[in-house]
Design a protein around this ligand. Structure first.
Ligand code: BES
Ligand code: ZN
Ligand code: ZN
Length: 490
């Protein structure tokens, strides 16, 4: 993490590698220091830059601005239409340009707008920079160094910075958690299987003084996690279930259970995926990664709520020992499930974990899972789906998503689809046999295991980005912990 400073200086004397200057289109709106605004005007007069949203122009030794080697203009578009998320993303886009150039010491002017709170803008600027500041080189050649900032200075030209500086720990913990999710989800399944994930979690739990219980196969057998075991039985890498517990020092205001799907690789099992659909299935543990990263951040920030994190770690593989289409699983809850497609494995893992969660008892249960391809079909890769049995809880998660700039959209748990999950042989079947409404029917399946709990389910279509854009890099987006923290810290 670079050093981050938010100062009330104007920034015109900044002497680092690059000074980033966000600019609104419509030139009379500039409220920039004079020397800097002159440069911006000149570039706009010559029509080399219109300040369209996400437009970036780097300038070498700009006229009249001493100190900085480079100045990077980035467009915010129309001031009337600006939002905090647009600022985050524009700043993130400029930051990626700076990172590619290997610039390390970055200054940035916090844009001054008439519509948004100045401190919220300063926070968004810091978030855009820090979320962008990510380069995954673990699997590059030996000498590969990650391109990262060493220092970041945010200039506010006289604004009060006390409020935003108080939020710095939250911004930094949120960005670190985002990067942790990216690291975990980007790591190949050959290197990150259930036992390795568990080791990483144990180590982090120790560091941050969080309680962590690892259930291995005998413990899972004893605990009745038959559904988790069935999914995992085809792999040479045995499953694990993690139970982490963060408790605040003061009496907790609430107890929340987070449940994460941790399928470290999803080949589809005997209902095998084709090659292209299998390509990214190392990321099928993103739900569990979000739970782990959020737990760590809660400990760092001393969140006021008690948080239990349950992670179901398995590999869904093909072998002579795999569970088979037609098998009936007696899940932990006692409900039986006819498995008609071994690729609908996430809901089986979650069935046991959700039931376990209802036994632990909590105010709310929230599960996070890369559960259906249908969520991607419906929403694309920039929006995740949310469903639940408690509209108040769903609303709070939607609000937290808006605040964090991570898009969530609610889908209805349509009652009349429930009967599609009925099996002639068992209590339920794990697919409906139709592709329509796949995200909703998966949600309905999970609901069967949540009892009377106040429960919400997130189907993480926004967890993988096929290309780099704004503050996201190619691959795992790292979304999740930041909106959860918005909710948990509130
Ligand atoms: N992990 C996948 C869902 C997925 C697919 C997430 C693509 C992200 C990108 C899940 O286990 C799965 O395979 N679901 C099946 C369910 C179907 C068999 C009912 C799917 O979506 O095709
Ligand atoms: Zn699957
Ligand atoms: Zn899966």
């Amino acid at each position: 993490m670079p050093t981050v400073d938010i100062s009330s200086q104007p920034g015109k004397d900044f002497a680092g590698d690059a000074l980033v200057v966000p600019v609104f289109s419509g030139r009379e709106r500039h409220r920039l220091p004079l020397a800097i605004s002159k440069v911006a005007r000149q570039v706009m007069d010559e029509e080399d830059f219109k300040a369209d949203y996400l437009e970036v122009v780097p300038l070498h030794h700009p006229n009249g601005v001493k100190g900085t080697r480079w100045m990077v203009l980035v467009g915010l578009g129309d001031e009337e239409k600006v939002t905090l998320n647009k600022i985050r993303k524009a700043v993130g886009t400029a930051a990626r340009v700076c990172l590619k150039k290997k610039w390390k010491s970055i200054g940035i002017l916090s844009p001054s707008t008439s519509t948004l709170d100045h401190d919220a803008v300063q926070v968004a600027v810091a978030e855009g920079l820090l979320l962008s500041n990510y380069d995954f080189v673990t699997f590059k050649g030996e000498k590969a160094e990650p391109k990262q900032f060493s220092s970041v200075e945010i200039f506010t030209n006289g604004d009060d910075t006390r409020k935003s500086r108080r939020k710095l720990p939250m911004i930094e913990a949120g960005a670190a958690a985002c990067h942790r999710v990216r690291d975990l989800a980007n790591t190949p399944a050959g290197d990150l299987y259930p036992e390795v994930f568990a080791e990483i979690a144990v180590k982090l739990a120790k560091q941050h003084k969080i309680h962590c219980e690892v259930m291995d196969v005998p413990a899972l057998e004893k605990g009745g996690f038959r559904s988790v075991l069935a999914v995992g039985q085809g792999s040479t890498r045995p499953p694990r279930v993690l139970n982490m517990e963060y408790k605040p020092k003061e009496k907790p205001k609430k107890h929340i259970i987070l449940v994460g799907k941790g399928v470290c690789f999803d080949s589809g099992g005997l209902s095998i995926k084709d090659a292209s659909n299998m390509e990214t299935m190392k990321d099928d543990m993103t739900g569990a990664a979000i739970v782990l990263a959020t737990m760590v951040a809660c400990a760092q920030l001393e969140a006021p709520v008690q948080v239990t994190g349950l992670m179901g770690l398995v590999e869904n593989m093909v072998s002579g020992n795999s569970y088979k289409p037609g098998d009936v699983i007696r899940t932990r809850s006692g409900k039986t499930v006819e498995v008609l497609n071994t690729d609908a494995e996430g809901r089986l893992v979650l069935a046991d974990l959700l039931h376990y969660a209802t036994e632990l008892g909590a105010d709310h249960i929230v599960d996070l899972a890369t559960l259906t391809g249908a969520a991607l079909v419906a929403m694309g890769d920039a929006v995740s789906a949310v469903m639940g049995t408690d509209q108040k809880l769903v609303d709070r998660l939607l609000d937290a998503g808006s605040a964090a700039g991570e898009h969530l959209w609610q889908l209805p748990l349509v009652e009349e689809y429930s009967e599609l999950l009925k099996s002639p042989l068992a209590d339920l079947k794990n697919i409906t046999g139709s592709r329509w409404g796949g995200t909703i029917t998966a949600g309905l399946f999970l609901r069967e295991f949540t009892g009377e709990a106040s429960w919400a389910h997130l189907d993480l279509s926004g967890s993988w980005s096929s290309k780099e854009r704004d503050y996201r890099t190619h691959g795992a987006s790292g979304e999740g912990p930041r909106f959860l923290l918005e909710w948990l810290m509130d």
